[in-house]
Design a protein around this ligand. Structure first.
Ligand SMILES: Nc1ncnc2c1ncn2[C@@H]1O[C@H](COP(=O)(O)OP(=O)(O)O)[C@@H](O)[C@H]1O
Ligand SMILES: [Mg+2]
Length: 287
């Protein structure tokens, strides 16, 4: 069974150099302007994955990208992360065009990208090493984040010895330890069982409320998007476009939120927007 996730708070985890809440929250951190993307595989036809995407994400905002499988959610995240070149349109981070990956953007992939030959501790330490954090501080910080995600006692385990949920938590610890200003998450809980998933969702919310990072969270799960995000960007079936942007405006500190009527109504509303796109995607997407 997966280890229980800690609910205690970590004082050191307060948003790093970006300071505490209270600073001007309205600055645009990610500006996506008219972005398209076409994959051109060596064999076969080109695939137009995204078309004219425009979106602004404010500093400290939690935005979900929601849409059916194949609508280009991962593609958009990889473009923001600098893992794919922006060939059509522009993506600016803090006013600067994306020119490859950087420590300001931490990414958590759908499939936990841990080094299988490194222990949990070494996996988390690795990112800090890359960032140039001093040796003792690296280990101290790594342990702190391993504890935060509830993996204390598993520091010396290898990924193959962990459950899916634990691997994903280790991957999240590794990304959080680097303290990136922007967190890019690609269906990070997609492969977890329902209970672990629900724990991880509330844990992520708690971490976000404390650290106030800018989060772009990709999901195809309507409930997850409504629960976690302040704004939801509903995407159309391929080629992905912005179909609608919704502000959620629910009180996520309300313990009864998930069973409340406003929550259910919001889920219904968002689902009605996504449903037609999911059907289109099932039938082979757009053009
Ligand atoms: N490397 C690639 N080569 C060709 N087509 C790709 C490649 N990666 C993704 N695609 C296609 O681009 C579309 C969008 O993919 P993706 O961004 O992974 O969608 P999502 O994350 O929303 O499921 C899909 O139709 C997918 O098949
Ligand atoms: Mg994807």
């Amino acid at each position: 069974m997966a280890a229980a996730i800690k609910t205690r708070s970590i004082e050191a985890f307060g948003g790093g150099e970006r300071g505490q809440a209270g600073a001007a929250p309205e600055r645009t951190e990610i500006a996506i302007r008219g972005v398209g993307h076409t994959y051109r595989p060596a064999r076969g036809r080109p695939v137009k994955a995204l078309e004219t995407i425009s979106l602004e994400v404010k500093e400290r905002e939690f935005v979900a990208l929601l849409g059916p499988s194949g609508c280009g959610k991962s593609t958009l995240l990889y473009l923001i992360g600098g893992f794919l070149p922006v060939e059509e349109g522009k993506i600016l981070i803090d006013g600067q065009p994306v020119a490859g990956p950087g420590p300001d953007r931490g990414i958590v992939f759908q499939h936990f990208a841990l080094f299988p030959w490194k222990t949990v501790l070494k996996n988390v330490v690795y990112g800090l090493e890359k960032k140039g954090v001093a040796r003792e501080e690296r280990v101290r910080r790594a342990r702190e984040f391993i504890d935060l995600v509830g993996l204390s006692g598993f520091e010396d385990s290898y990924p193959s010895q962990l459950s899916g949920g634990m691997k994903q938590r280790a991957a999240i610890a590794r990304t959080l330890a680097i303290d990136p200003a922007i967190l890019l998450m690609d269906e990070p809980f997609g492969s977890l069982d329902a209970q672990t998933r629900s724990l991880m969702q509330s844990e992520l919310l708690r971490i976000w409320q404390r650290s106030r990072k800018t989060v772009v969270f990709v999901t195809h799960d309507v409930q997850e998007a409504v629960y976690l995000a302040e704004r939801i960007v509903v995407m159309s079936a391929r080629p992905g476009r912005v179909k609608e942007i919704l502000s959620v405006g629910l009180d996520r500190n309300d313990p009864g939120l998930l069973r409340s009527r406003p929550f259910a109504e919001m889920v219904d509303h968002v689902w009605s927007l996504v449903r037609s796109e999911a059907i289109r995607a099932e039938r082979g997407g757009g053009t």
